[in-house]
Design a protein around this ligand. Sequence first.
Ligand code: FPP
Length: 241
Amino acid sequence: MFGKKKQPIIKEDIIGVVKNSGLRHIAYIMDGNGRWATERSLPRELGHSAGAKNFKEVVKYSKNVGIRYVTVYAFSTENWKRPEREVAAIMKLLDQYIDEAALEDEIEFLFIGDRESVDPRIKERMSSLESLTVGRPFRVNIAFNYGGRDEIVHAVNRVLSDGRTVINEKDITDNVYTSDCPDPDLIVRTGAEFRISNFLMWQSAYSELYFSDKMWPDFKQADIDAAIIEFSKRKRRFGGV
Ligand code: FPP
């Protein structure tokens, strides 16, 4: 007669789910900032500001529920094609975030991607943040001017520069930008798009994929919980039976 009332998920439950499912690394494709803004008749840049705000919340929550590594796709090698004003707005958000990140005391930051075409001042600030935070217990990888294919080419060239002529999988694994992290267990893409878009091409070989219809600025704690619970139900066989 009465439908069973859905119980809210409490943080302690999620901590247990994270632990029991072996979920250590979540990677996010933070898609939908532009549409979030357009739907509100706002300029796209404000969508990115809302996206950056949400990114900070997601990092905080992930850390609190026991995730060890978070990787986010903040700017791709293809994003330079966007209007200059939008690119400038994303660069400014990153620049501002570096100041805030320096005040965190438990987060280690790593920027993954090709830094050569990034403004030298920001490049310098990225390196300083990495040095300042090295060895801290929770890792945030920020993919900036990042492309998965570009990363693989970069890794291969690093191996070849050692004079090698034949390479194996381990050589590439050891030379991708995230070589000191486990591969992502779970890749979450928001924004109702169902593709990987050149993100972590090498590392995603056995990642579980989760797609959300929410635009990134609207992807909140309850949505993270839902993704984690879905992950815990997946059977990961890594090619075995
Ligand atoms: C994709 O949404 C999002 C981006 C290309 C930029 C993501 C950047 C941020 C969240 C802010 C900067 C990050 C940090 C770490 C401070 P889209 O613009 O493609 O959205 P759309 O598909 O709706 O157009």
